[in-house]
Write a protein of this length. Structure first.
Length: 333
């Protein structure tokens, strides 16, 4: 079965909990960022939130995108590594409930399944504390070349640059994509990731990516400008198509030698939880591309889905929500 989008990412069990601003100060966390934590730090954080109400779900940035995209009717595949534990089994079994996604997960030999503890403050901002676990073991040999060779798009995020194993797996995938002329979509993912790997990300955009996603903060670090319109123009000048998310301003899109496209927020129902907003934006954009839509319509699909996801708790839609959204997406033009 031909796959429209093959994504490689970090399968994580999401533990979502509401906290107060003072809790971030106690925990010494930088609001709105993703931080990698050790197993000991994870255990301490779990103790801190033990008395608070929590929600558990399958997550991870790239997995969120692939799951949402599949829920909209697009054939996808998800590559990643999980542990030989209860969480790993739950993760894989839940993926199998989505008829349009092919689990291309492999089991690690030592580490437990990764997790992300997501702290949500009253302003709806999320602070992510990620324990990669088995994801750290994902390497070149774990790339499913058969699936990749039969895909239209390859998708990954900047989070994959946090370990050398994962980095090598992405580099191998990018080599195959260039050889097979498979389109590459790259989401830079996190402002701290940009600060850590700015030069590497610029090289990826220049040499490998066809589509680039970033929010305004990430773009400012990457291209040294606080103006999203200038940032997306730089991406276009590099010969790529860029989409920069701009908060309440919507987003801006530009392809080489074409006019800037401004996309407003669509279907705004208010903001409850920003978890997965960027992941869902990417899913909507890829949906548009896979359906043969023009860039403006792809941007509208992205904006519409992102607005829908922030109006609820969690980074994925229920089956019932997906059915309604899928019908509404088909009407966008």
């Amino acid at each position: 079965m031909k796959t429209a989008v093959y994504g490689i990412g970090n399968p994580l069990i999401d533990i979502i909990v509401k906290i107060e601003e003072k809790d971030l100060l106690i925990l010494k966390k930088n609001k709105g960022t993703m931080a990698l934590i050790t197993e000991e730090e994870r255990e301490n954080l779990i103790k801190f939130i033990s008395a608070k109400e929590k929600t558990f779900s399958c997550g991870g940035s790239c997995p969120n995108t692939m799951i949402t995209l599949s829920a909209m009717g697009v054939k996808t595949a998800l590559g990643g590594k999980i542990g030989k534990d209860e969480f790993g089994s739950i993760y894989e079994n839940q993926l199998k409930k989505h008829p349009n996604i092919t689990p291309a997960l492999v089991y690690g030999s030592k580490q437990p399944t990764g997790s992300s503890i997501i702290l949500i403050t009253p302003d709806s901002e999320r602070t992510m504390n990620t324990f990669l676990g088995a994801n750290r073991e994902f390497s070149e040999k774990d790339v499913d070349e058969n699936i990749l060779n039969d895909s239209d798009f390859f998708y990954f995020t900047g989070y994959m640059w946090d370990t050398e194993n994962q980095k090598s797996a992405i580099e191998k995938s990018l080599f195959i994509c260039k050889k097979k002329k498979i389109k590459v979509a790259f989401d830079v993912a996190d402002p701290f990731a940009v600060q850590r790997y700015k030069n590497d990300f610029l090289k990826i955009i220049e040499k490998n990516a066809d589509y680039v996603f970033a929010n305004s903060e990430e773009a400012s670090f990457l291209f040294d400008t606080a103006d999203p319109e200038k940032a997306v123009a730089i991406i276009a000048d590099m010969g790529k198509t860029g989409a920069v998310k701009w908060g309440k301003q919507g987003s801006v899109i530009k392809e080489p030698k074409k006019d800037l496209i401004k996309i407003p927020i669509l279907g705004d129902k208010g903001c409850v939880d920003t978890t997965g907003a960027g992941d869902t934006y990417a899913a909507g954009f890829l949906y548009g591309l896979c359906k043969g839509k023009d860039l403006g319509t792809a941007g509208k699909c992205a904006s519409f889905l992102a607005s829908a996801i922030v109006s609820k708790i969690g980074a994925q839609f229920t089956e019932e929500e997906s059915a309604v959204l899928k019908q509404e997406l088909a009407l966008l033009s």
